[in-house]
Design a protein around this ligand. Structure first.
Ligand code: HEM
Length: 459
């Protein structure tokens, strides 16, 4: 049992930054004369890197893949300890700040404990069933329009196409605007902000990924600041307008800065994760036509009764579609690893880990551990059927995290995914070139290196 609960969070500057010596008692990597080489090597194949570390060192190990020292905590028990965080040992703010703090400061995931709980509750109004029903109506319309514009009977790169469509959809559900000339600039700002999270240079120098990311953040913040006065007191079912009018438990509105921070983060949290997971799901359905056919049969049965726009009440009927999505999230989780920073000393796996240590849990690796997943490399959506899920460790599948910071948008993600496949697969068969296998870049968010060549054949 670790030390008792306390929600005071020391500032990062008051926590000791454990170096090699503080962690020398743990198994793991030794110092490297050129740690940047290690980062570059790791980014080439992160899954192979983690697999090699676990094989060599076990489930608790020391690494310095991104310059500073941190400790990998591997497996469902580690996920539960860190994500559920019963003893309030781990700071999400201090874990994520070195990764995305410059570009997404004070986003919900970068707040801790009482502050986090209060803001999460305030923002939750926008995720209740009524607004969700409204977003689904908009998603159905936008997706039908977007898919009608996809090339048919000719190969095209799916990843950029779905990225653009997801951004268009965000314009209506997130921002409440009809998409216009600002779309390209916003798209570029987001790409730059996300790319900055793995920029090797961590300072915003001109010409670096971090420099472009910080510029993107400035652009987006100005955009939101301009719009906020128009939304205060206005009616609107989009996330942005709801955040502008949401009140906390004391009846107070969020400040302009809080709205800007939450919107910047929310757009990022939703946009790239959806783009990645819709791409991976379609890829697996294209290389497993038998599953594509099962999903289509399920969709057609609903469509025969409900018509071309998926009704909110029928979301639960797309069970096998959901299994396929879950299986794609297992194999290619959009958030492959999740960082935290220990606020106090703690013990795990027989090791003492000092306060201040940066730790990381790893959905990407956990999702392929043979002791929890039969034939882990095989795409087998029925492993998510009710029967086969029984008895599985609750933290063996964590694409949406867990505990207090568990993804706030997961129902939105399922909804957009179902609306998309309902519309696409009821009209088209999706194929890839014969024998094609996609090479996904894993970090920071999985994406196909070649954009994923897809062909849509009208049924
Ligand atoms: C397949 C799609 C998605 C995946 C895999 C995903 C994954 C995650 C994960 C792993 C976390 C927790 C990270 C941590 O504990 O440090 C998270 C948090 C979050 N996600 Fe998602 N996400 C997805 C889609 C979305 C969407 C569509 C939205 C918004 C509509 C969203 C909004 C958020 C927010 C606001 C948080 C922070 C929650 C908190 O700190 O309390 N996500 N997401």
């Amino acid at each position: 049992m670790n030390a008792p609960v306390r929600t005071f969070v020391p500032a990062a500057k008051d926590l000791h930054e454990p170096g090699y010596r503080d962690l020398a008692h743990l198994p793991g990597l030794k110092p490297h004369p050129l740690p940047l080489i290690r980062t570059v090597e790791f980014l080439k194949d992160p899954l192979a890197g983690v697999t090699a570390n676990v094989a060599k060192f076990g489930r608790v190990y020391r690494v310095n893949n991104f310059g500073g020292w941190n400790v990998g905590l591997i497996g469902p028990e580690a996920n539960e300890l860190v994500l559920f965080d019963r003893d309030k040992l781990f700071s999400s703010e201090l874990g994520w700040t070195p990764v995305i703090g410059r570009v997404f400061p004070r986003g919900l995931m970068l707040l801790d404990f009482d502050h986090h709980r209060a803001d999460r509750r305030t923002l939750s109004v926008a995720f209740k069933p009524e607004p969700m029903r409204h977003y689904l109506g908009q998603l159905n319309e936008g997706i039908a329009r977007g898919i009608a514009a996809f090339p048919t009977d000719a190969e095209f790169r799916f990843y950029p196409a779905i990225k653009a469509l997801t951004l268009d959809l965000a314009a209506t559900s997130f921002l409440g605007i009809d998409w216009g000339p600002e779309a390209d600039a916003i798209n570029q700002a987001f790409v730059a902000m996300v790319a900055a999270s793995i920029g090797i240079v961590r300072f915003p120098l001109p010409g670096t990924a971090m420099g472009r990311g910080v510029k993107g953040h400035r652009f987006m913040s100005r955009f939101f600041a301009r719009e906020i006065p128009k939304r205060r007191g206005a009616a609107g079912d989009d996330f942005f307008t709801q955040f502008c009018n949401a009140r906390n438990e004391a009846g107070e509105l969020l400040t302009d800065q809080e709205i800007i921070d939450h919107m910047n983060f929310l757009m990022m949290a939703a946009h790239d994760t959806l783009t990645s997971s819709l791409t991976s799901t379609l890829y697996f359905l294209a290389i497993h036509p038998e599953w594509q056919e099962r999903v289509r049969t399920e969709i057609m049965a609903v469509r025969a009764e409900a018509g071309p726009a998926l009704p909110f009440e029928r979301l639960g009927d797309l069970e096998q579609t959901e299994w396929c999505f879950k299986e794609a999230l297992r194999l290619l989780p959009p958030v492959p690893s999740i960082p935290r920073r220990a606020l106090r000393n703690f013990e795990f796996g027989g090791f003492r880990i000092p306060a201040g240590t940066h730790v990381g849990v790893n959905p990407m690796y956990t999702h392929r551990m043979a002791e929890y997943w039969e034939e882990p490399e095989v795409f087998d959506p029925s492993r998510f059927s009710h029967n086969r899920s029984q008895g599985r460790h609750k933290y063996a599948w964590v694409p949406f995290g867990g505990g207090a910071h568990m993804c706030l948008g997961l129902h939105f993600a399922y909804m957009q995914m179902k609306s998309f496949f309902y519309t696409l697969l009821s009209q088209y068969r999706a194929t890839v070139p014969d024998g094609y296998r996609c090479d996904f870049q894993m970090f920071p968010i999985p994406k196909p290196k070649d954009g994923l060549p897809i062909r849509l054949e009208r049924l």
